[in-house]
Design a binder for this molecule. Structure first.
Ligand code: NAD
Length: 296
């Protein structure tokens, strides 16, 4: 069985890497902060060392990193994956970045005889823990077929979309809707409160009506109802995604009226103490705007 490497043991990466251990494969994990590596070792993984060491050992190297610049640094930087990779190796990036970044990484990897898949995921930390993520992959079909058994340990709905970059395009379109739905859910619940209908009353009715959505359910059940907004999926990451989707639309001269509005609100919220909170904390941001308006 192949040896696996996994770089980026964060909210998503750690539970994903733990699920890979359950396949009986050897998994070597690496993370910038050492606490996550420790938790991975406690789950039965190997951790520590450098990107160079991990890349030399693993047959399949996977990453789940926050920002496009992190992906570029880990793959293309000095002592990065591409520098230390070997012919025949498969690289899979689960991060959400731009189609341009994944194509650049894929081209550099291919020049060294490695294969690259962009394989962004959806389903949140719950999906990562339960191995039920949606995975949307771009790259050569034969490479996708080769690693599909590994992907099946992570996700339930696994799609090969097309060439490198196509998985990322689908993921960013998904995020356009996630961003808009998150804002819609926040506005609906805050408007209800302001009119004397609290979220506990409003949610079950909306959930049984045409306003029902997976985001509304996640937003209310996992966060608003509990009054706890720890990420999850951080506002600053959703801000990154909406920046990328708007940039992609601009390049195609497609006007995203709601996408642009969602980006603007996420950009404001990212400059507050809510930046590291879960995206459902856009509800708190909406409340704070109302408070400001009432005071003004
Ligand atoms: P996170 O910030 O929780 O985790 C990222 C991890 O990468 C951190 O532990 C960080 O220490 C590590 N890291 C960063 N640079 C590194 C480097 N150079 N070397 C080693 N480790 C490094 O982020 P996350 O929420 O797990 O998200 C990761 C990616 O997955 C993002 O692109 C995000 O948009 C995407 N995503 C997240 C979710 C979610 O619900 N959290 C869902 C789908 C997709």
């Amino acid at each position: 069985m192949e040896k696996l490497g996994f770089i980026g043991l964060g909210h998503m990466g750690l539970p994903m890497a733990r699920n890979l251990l359950k396949t009986g494969r050897e998994v070597y994990g690496l993370n910038r902060s050492k606490g996550a590596e420790q938790r991975f070792v406690e789950a039965g993984g190997r951790a520590g060392g450098s990107i160079a060491e991990l890349t030399r050992e693993a047959d399949v190297v996977m990453t789940c990193l926050p920002m496009p610049q992190d992906v570029e640094a880990v793959y293309l930087g000095d002592n990065g994956i591409v520098q230390h990779g070997k012919e025949g190796q498969v690289l899979i990036d689960f991060s959400t970045v731009s189609p341009g970044v994944v194509r650049k990484v894929a081209a550099a990897a291919e020049r060294k005889g490695m294969a690259f898949l962009d394989a962004p995921v959806s389903g949140g930390t719950v999906g990562a823990e339960t191995g039920t993520l949606s995975i949307m992959a771009g790259g050569k079909p034969e490479i996708f077929a080769r690693v599909k058994p590994v992907l099946e340990a992570l996700g339930q709905n696994i799609y090969h979309v097309g060439e490198v970059g196509s998985g990322t395009i689908v993921k960013l379109i998904n995020q356009l809707m996630v961003g808009i739905h998150t804002q819609a859910a926040s506005e609906a619940l805050v408007l209800g409160q302001q009119l004397g209908i609290d979220s506990d009353t409003l949610f079950p009715i909306l959930n049984a009506s045409f306003a029902q959505s997976r985001i509304l359910e996640r937003h209310y059940v996992q966060y608003v109802a509990k009054g706890r907004f720890e990420a999850g999926f951080a506002i600053k990451l959703l801000h990154k995604d909406l920046s990328l989707v708007n940039q992609m639309a601009d390049e195609q001269q497609v006007e995203l009226a709601l996408g642009r509005q969602a980006l603007s609100l996420l950009s404001e919220a990212s400059q507050t103490e809510l930046a590291g909170k879960d995206m459902s904390a856009m509800f708190l941001y909406q409340q704070s705007k109302l408070l400001e308006a009432n005071e003004g």
